[in-house]
Design a protein around this ligand. Structure first.
Ligand code: NAD
Ligand code: IPM
Ligand code: MN
Length: 352
């Protein structure tokens, strides 16, 4: 049988609630689709930090390097600064494994109401640059706590980095609508964004997709007013981060949005996670929406060469939503456990 080695990092907060839901569904699928998954549990995150003073072991990345894929929940807790926790676990994985694409599809799902008045269906993908840009270690804090205190953060855009994300997005756009929107801010950010525009235009021109350059502020408004006019968006690290929560919420809840951190060269393992964070406000209550994690697990199965199992998982949670079972963020009453059990049942019934 086909065998896949997957490192599981549930992490913190609701990460530890939605990841087991995804593991349960994948195990269930494995039995009927004739593959096995070896899960390697990695109890890393804030508890690990409280016990050992670091988010993961010193050789954590080496341990992950031999996996076929990584499934992650979320990282972060109110008692440890986010720059410590995220730069101690999530961001090093994305960077060390050159997962330069963060693919974040958003679709209207059956049975879910968008907060928007318009009922036009949403079906878009945010292609977020995932290893450079505004997220950078270049900069510093000066005169901490003294007069004249300031902080500097440099954004770094390399030609290689912009070219490869633009190429990935243009390829995806060609397979979908043939249209690509580039999120920019070249009217205000005068060094990096004009460079971004130039490189994206070159790549899009060569690939034959229709490129539309849209300023990020206007794009945020357009997503609310006419989301159906948007198909593939290519965006820098920070802009893509913001747009993906916005788009998820427009589809009903950020709890349904999945995310694939891809190394398209397949040199390193790719990582799959929901878009949302550890949600300390609802952690431990058993009410987190597992759909984002389930959908991320489906993207992982696709990546592992199990497209039939991936498709079955997506139709199973769609079936459950269509039948009116949903967690509270979507206006329902189901717990994480109840929703997941319904999905497993739909898997058994071979949901259409
Ligand atoms: P968040 O995404 O955790 O939560 C935002 C809001 O959405 C909260 O009200 C939360 O209850 C709700 N929500 C999120 N996911 C949900 C789900 N599956 N079901 C139901 N409701 C859901 O964002 P935040 O509160 O800004 O951040 C909390 C912590 O998570 C911070 O430490 C942050 O740095 C971290 N974070 C981590 C990741 C990651 O690991 N990839 C992503 C985002 C935020
Ligand atoms: C995400 C998160 C992270 C990001 C944070 C927690 C560093 O918001 O995965 O979307 O900005 O990439
Ligand atoms: Mn985010």
């Amino acid at each position: 049988a086909r065998r896949h080695v997957v490192d599981v990092v549930p992490g913190d907060g609701i990460g530890t609630e939605v990841v087991p839901a995804a593991v349960r569904c994948v195990d269930h699928l494995a039995a009927s689709f004739g593959f096995t998954v070896e899960w390697r549990e990695r109890a890393w995150g804030c508890d690990h930090h409280r016990a050992h003073g670091r988010m993961m072991p010193v050789d954590g990345l080496e341990q992950l390097a031999s996996a076929d894929a990584i499934l992650l929940g979320a990282v972060g807790a109110p008692d440890i600064p986010d720059d410590v926790t995220l730069w101690g676990l999530l961001i090093p994985i994305r960077r060390e494994f050159v997962q330069y694409v963060n693919l974040r599809p958003v679709r209207s799902l059956p049975g879910i109401r968008s907060p928007l008045r318009s009922e036009a269906p949403i079906d878009l993908v945010v292609v977020r640059e995932n290893v450079e840009g505004e997220y950078s270690e270049v900069g510093g804090r000066v005169n901490r706590g003294r007069p004249g205190e300031f902080a500097v953060q440099e954004a770094v855009f390399t030609r290689t980095g912009v070219e490869r994300i633009a190429r990935f997005a243009a390829d995806l756009a060609r397979r979908r609508s043939g249209r690509l929107i580039s999120a920019t801010k070249s009217n205000g950010i005068i060094h990096t964004m004009p460079f971004w525009d130039e490189v994206v235009a070159e790549v899009a021109g060569a690939s034959g997709v229709r490129l539309e350059k849209v300023l990020i502020d206007a794009l945020a408004a357009r997503l609310v007013l006419r989301p159906e006019s948007v198909d593939v968006i290519v965006a820098s690290n920070l802009f893509g981060d913001i747009l993906s929560d916005l788009a998820g919420a427009l589809a009903g809840s950020i709890g349904v949005a999945p995310s694939a951190n891809l190394d398209p060269t397949k040199t390193y393992p790719s990582m799959f996670e929901p878009v949302h964070g550890s949600a300390p406000d609802i952690a431990g209550m058993g009410i987190a929406n597992p759909v984002g994690a389930l959908w991320a697990a489906a993207m992982m199965l696709d990546h592992l060469g199990e497209p039939a199992a991936a498709a079955r998982l997506v139709s199973a949670f769609e079936h459950v939503l269509r039948a009116g079972t949903a967690t509270r963020d979507l206006g329902g009453t189901a717990s994480t456990e109840e929703f997941t059990t319904a999905v497993v049942q739909a898997l058994d019934e071979g949901a259409p």
